[in-house]
Write a protein that binds this ligand. Structure first.
Ligand SMILES: [Zn+2]
Length: 250
């Protein structure tokens, strides 16, 4: 165990995690050797969940690659358009089904993700340990603005969200994870994440508001919390929102 130094450089938006003076340039990272490359990356303040590709002396490695000192490390975020298939991504197993869990500050985002059909867990009572545990156990992408939370070792799939106005945040998440191909709008309850099924007017009548103007069949009901839905003005507003978010989706 001896103090060593490696050269490390972060690319593209990973620089957002660095102090101004260290952005877009090589920096010297001191650490107790040997250490996994994951440790050096997080010493610099970058959560490992944000990293897609790591090169050590020009060779593609995973997060556990041992660093002894003297290496040159290049760290890249998720690429949107650049094909890196020939190189090893740090997470070789993409999630088969896209599911989320969101921290307590993301209520608006949760509603929109559920509206788009994504299974999204949310409970403001959950602390960091519980969020991390559920994310790992259920293979859910953890959504948060808390980078320390993403540095927990057990989290393999997380997504750091920048402070942006809500519509920009939603759009950038959809682009980053390429979600438009996976949307299934209105299949899920916005309130509780349960599945929504068609329901007869008679069956839901007692749960409709007394003023029925603008309310008409078909009706739907959440299998879990029993919330009733219909295709009113809110529905049409959501349709135009979806058209803006995913313009090529039929
Ligand atoms: Zn529900």
């Amino acid at each position: 165990m001896v103090q060593q130094t490696a050269r490390i450089r972060f690319y593209a938006e990973l620089n957002d995690f660095l102090p101004q003076a260290q952005r877009m340039r090589d920096q010297s990272c001191q650490f107790i050797a040997p250490a996994p490359v994951r440790h050096l990356i997080e010493l610099c303040g970058v959560p490992h969940t944000e990293v897609e590709l790591i090169l050590v002396d020009g060779r593609s490695v995973d997060l556990e690659q041992r660093i002894d000192g003297g290496e040159r490390i290049s760290v890249y975020p998720c690429f949107e358009r650049l094909d890196i298939a020939p190189l090893l991504r740090v997470r070789t197993e993409p999630l088969r089904e896209i599911r989320f869990i969101a921290d307590a500050h993301l209520g608006h985002l949760v509603r929109d993700l559920r509206m788009l059909g994504f299974d999204t867990l949310f409970n403001p009572q959950w602390d960091d340990a519980e969020l991390a545990r559920i994310s790992a156990a259920e293979h859910r992408i953890l959504l948060t603005r808390d980078r320390a939370l993403l540095m927990r070792r057990e989290i393999t799939h997380g997504c750091y969200l920048r402070h942006q106005p809500h519509p920009v945040l939603l759009k950038s998440l959809i682009q980053r994870l390429d979600l438009c191909a996976s949307i299934d709008p209105f299949c899920r309850c916005i309130r509780c994440n349960g599945h929504v099924s068609p329901a007869d007017e008679e069956a839901v009548a007692q749960d409709l508001p007394p003023d029925r103007s603008g309310i008409q069949a078909p009706f739907y009901r959440c299998d879990d919390c029993r919330q009733v839905y219909w295709k009113g003005s809110h529905y049409r507003a959501m349709l135009s929102k979806i058209a803006r978010l995913c313009p090529t989706t039929p």
